[in-house]
Design a protein around this ligand. Structure first.
Ligand SMILES: Nc1ncnc2c1ncn2[C@@H]1O[C@H](COP(=O)(O)OP(=O)(O)OP(=O)(O)O)[C@@H](O)[C@H]1O
Length: 306
């Protein structure tokens, strides 16, 4: 069976004096979907461009299906489907004409598959692409990016610009379409709710660094909000993996990675606590904008919070 894994190994990239990627490593096993999450400017598109061999890394290595795209770009193109954030298509053609136009570029192109996909996505086949709605155009992009039966699919913020309902619909179609094809998928997004249902694993990129990577379910199990009475943790030490601290009346809300370890510690010290499950959105927020500098009780001085 051919290799369809995606690997990014310690990639660093700067534009002039601006460091954009620092030591970025990612791995997507065959048949899995990884969501690359990051705020605007975090470096998602740059990671994808390095991965596709469109720009060189300053250091580090990338492999798509075991191939280095800078060594064999054509082979990589043949086995990768890529849907760019700002795809521009031939607006004067109809979807059917564009499918015919693309056939000679790909030896493994499957017109039947593209036509089936277009039917399933309810895209009008004989309307000029320039007149399609944004949602229809994105779905057409997905149909075209996967019509050559790629083993690897890379989607850069594919549902950007769609309304919330169109996004949900697109994701439902995306999951069905990709799961039925068994492709390995890297999906970049800053819209968290849409990723939750699609991704086997998530990687959070913040200012060019990967700050967390893990299976979606494990991340949701390991990162929790823990509510503790303010006075009862005075003088106790800061939890490992603390991501965010907020005060609510007489309680502190602590978002911790490896929450289990902290829960054990609180139990051992007979400190009462409540545990709250977090959405991926809240977890992402804790990693990228969490505040921990004022872990307040270290000096056994609760007055600073009054
Ligand atoms: N060709 C370039 N020349 C100079 N700077 C660049 C270039 N490409 C990207 N950058 C900078 O690198 C940083 C990361 O950009 P990138 O497009 O990778 O982020 P992103 O996470 O995809 O953001 P978004 O979600 O807004 O698309 C930004 O500060 C951007 O201005």
């Amino acid at each position: 069976m051919s290799d369809s894994t995606i690997h990014v190994d310690r990639v660093t990239k700067s534009f002039g004096s601006q460091s954009v990627l620092q030591d970025v490593s990612l791995s997507v096993p065959a048949g899995q979907t990884l969501a690359l999450l990051g705020r605007n400017g975090a470096g998602k598109t740059t990671t994808i461009r390095v991965l596709l061999g469109l720009i060189p890394a300053d250091s580090g290595a990338v492999r798509l299906g075991g191939i280095d795209p800078s060594v064999d770009p054509l082979k990589v193109r043949g086995q990768v489907g890529y849907l760019a954030e700002d795809q521009t298509m031939y607006g004067w053609m109809t979807p059917t004409e564009l499918i015919r136009f693309l056939v000679p570029f790909y030896p493994t192109w499957d017109t039947q598959r593209a036509e089936d996909c277009i039917r399933r996505f309810d895209i009008p086949r004989h309307t000029r692409i320039g007149r399609l709605s944004k949602g229809q155009a994105v779905k057409l992009g997905l149909a075209l990016a996967t019509a050559h039966r790629p083993a690897i699919v890379i989607l850069d913020d594919p549902s950007m610009g769609l309304d919330p309902i169109a996004r949900k619909e697109f994701n439902r179609d995306l999951v069905e379409h990709l799961q039925s094809s068994g492709a390995t998928v890297l999906y970049s997004s800053h819209l968290l709710d849409e990723v939750e249902s699609v991704a086997d694993a998530v990687a959070i990129l913040d200012q060019g660094r990967i700050v967390r990577v893990g299976e979606t379910e494990s991340v949701r199990t390991e990162v929790k909000r823990i509510l503790v009475p303010l006075t009862s943790i005075a003088g106790t030490s800061r939890p490992d993996g603390l991501l965010d601290v907020r005060r609510y009346d007489d309680r502190l809300a602590l978002v911790c990675d490896d929450a289990e370890a902290y829960i054990e510690r609180l139990s051992a010290q007979s400190i009462p606590f409540d545990v709250v499950d977090l959405s991926l959105d809240e977890i992402f927020e804790a990693f990228v904008i969490g505040r921990t500098t004022d872990w307040p009780i270290a000096e056994a001085d609760t007055s600073v919070l009054a």
